[in-house]
Ligand binder design. Structure first.
Ligand code: AMP
Ligand code: GLY
Length: 413
């Protein structure tokens, strides 16, 4: 089997690693230094280039890492070209690329989420904020690469968030949302439009600094199967959130095929949807795939042809921890080009998934993005030994990933 993986992060390195472990031949577009020998120089948003690549390489299946090509209609285009691809169409990916549409959808189908008002101007926003009272959450409608959500508790924070949303991001529509409380949980599932195969749950650490301080990031690490994600809770999430979402999408004429990722808040009133993503999370993917025992290409191929119901998906019953090593200046202005050394000091049973890495002309491994590497393993101490062994100037990482404090709250607030 030959598989094309689209993207260039730690997520795509983990996908490529898992596929190769099951014997597939893999091409990554455009990839990073971790997937170096597999890379093809086609960017993730160059859909014409990806169509040509998939045809020239005669790939059997394409897997898409990031949301932007899905939102741009990669899957619709591949279908026209009769190329097999695992991922949602543009219409189905709307669950990620329009938060306003998604809130309406959740409302139509009675799926639990925070109360919301959608507004189209600063004036309307101020009225909504006055009616509801602070604290509130202000969100961009569209894709914002993790920079479109502001939890605001003071008028000054409101002003700066509205400025960022309307002027900085140029949003036409924003959401004024009730502020929920509780630990967060990411629940991802494979879907063929009808059948769901839920993955082990994960907890992602979004803030830069220990103790959930500092700015929001794309994710600084995480761990799978937190103690508060019980079997009962997961059954509830599947029944009240994931299934009604799939059924609703089908009924509305946009069957959802791909990875459905529910970002949840575990509130006192039960789990509620914060957001959906239409793809694997990063770093969730790096945490979850080492636990997958079934051939990933077979799962995705079955899902792409509506036959996921015929495939059993098996997981190892273990917990993984993942720590992201980020570049100096991340997330605001990550510096690139710093030499990376010490990868040979990563312990044997820890994976070093590359994200922002590149081979320089003189063959040095250098930083090439904000998140540089994700180290993943089952032994917490070994993962941190790896995090300390790798060196580059300005390396940043959290020291508290997967440390469960009493009350079962691991992170993320
Ligand atoms: P989102 O991109 O919608 O998942 O939001 C990013 C982060 O903002 C989430 O992981 C939460 O930490 C926080 N957040 C989003 N919506 C809410 C909400 N309604 N209440 C409290 N925090 C939220
Ligand atoms: N880890 C969050 C995301 O992938 O969006």
């Amino acid at each position: 089997m030959k598989v094309l993986v689209v993207g260039s992060g730690g997520r795509e390195h983990a996908i490529a690693w898992h596929l190769r472990r099951s014997g597939a031949t893999v091409v990554v577009a455009p990839g990073n230094a971790g997937t170096g020998a597999l890379n093809a120089p086609v960017q993730a948003l160059d859909i014409d280039g990806l169509v040509d690549l998939a045809k020239n390489e005669r790939v059997d299946l394409t897997l898409v890492g990031p949301e932007a090509p899905l939102a741009a209609g990669l899957v619709d285009r591949f279908a026209v070209e009769k190329l097999t691809v695992f991922g949602p169409t543009r219409a189905a990916a709307r669950l990620e690329w329009s938060k306003a549409w998604t809130k309406d959808f959740l409302g139509r189908h009675g799926i639990p989420t925070a109360a919301v008002e959608t507004v189209g101007s600063r004036e309307e926003a101020h009225h909504a904020i006055e009616r509801r009272g602070l604290p509130l959450v202000l969100k961009a409608d569209g894709l914002a690469a993790g920079k479109g959500v502001f939890v605001v508790s003071t008028p000054a924070e409101v002003d700066s968030a509205l400025h960022m949303l309307f002027d900085g991001l140029g949003e036409k529509t924003i959401l004024v949302e009730e502020c929920l409380e509780g630990p967060e949980l990411s629940v991802l599932a494979f879907s063929d439009g009808q059948t769901l195969r839920v993955m082990p749950p994960a907890r992602d650490y979004k803030r830069l600094l220990d103790g959930d301080h500092g700015p929001n990031t794309g994710g600084m690490g995480g761990y799978t199967c937190p103690s508060d994600a019980t079997q009962e809770l997961l059954a509830d999430v599947e029944q009240r959130i994931l299934r009604p979402t799939l059924e609703g999408m089908q009924r509305e004429g946009h069957p959802y095929q791909g990875v459905l990722y529910a970002g949840l808040m575990l509130t006192r009133d039960g789990p509620k949807v914060l957001e959906f993503n239409c793809r694997f999370g990063d770093p969730e993917c790096e945490l979850i795939l080492p636990l997958l025992e079934t051939n990933l290409a077979e799962i995705c191929l079955a899902a792409a042809s509506g036959e996921l119901g015929h495939v059993g998906v098996d997981w190892r019953d273990d917990r993984t921890y993942g720590v992201v090593l980020a570049a100096r200046g991340y997330p605001d202005a990550p510096r690139t080009g710093d030499t990376i050394t010490g990868l040979d000091g990563i312990p044997a049973r820890v994976f070093g998934f590359h994200a922002g890495t590149r081979l320089a002309d003189d063959s040095r491994l250098v930083t090439a993005g904000g998140r540089v590497l994700t180290l993943v393993g089952e032994d917490w101490h070994m993962v941190y030994r790896g995090a300390r062994a790798v060196h580059f100037d300005g390396k940043q990482f959290r020291g508290d990933i997967g440390v469960e404090i009493p009350e079962g709250i691991g992170a993320s607030r």
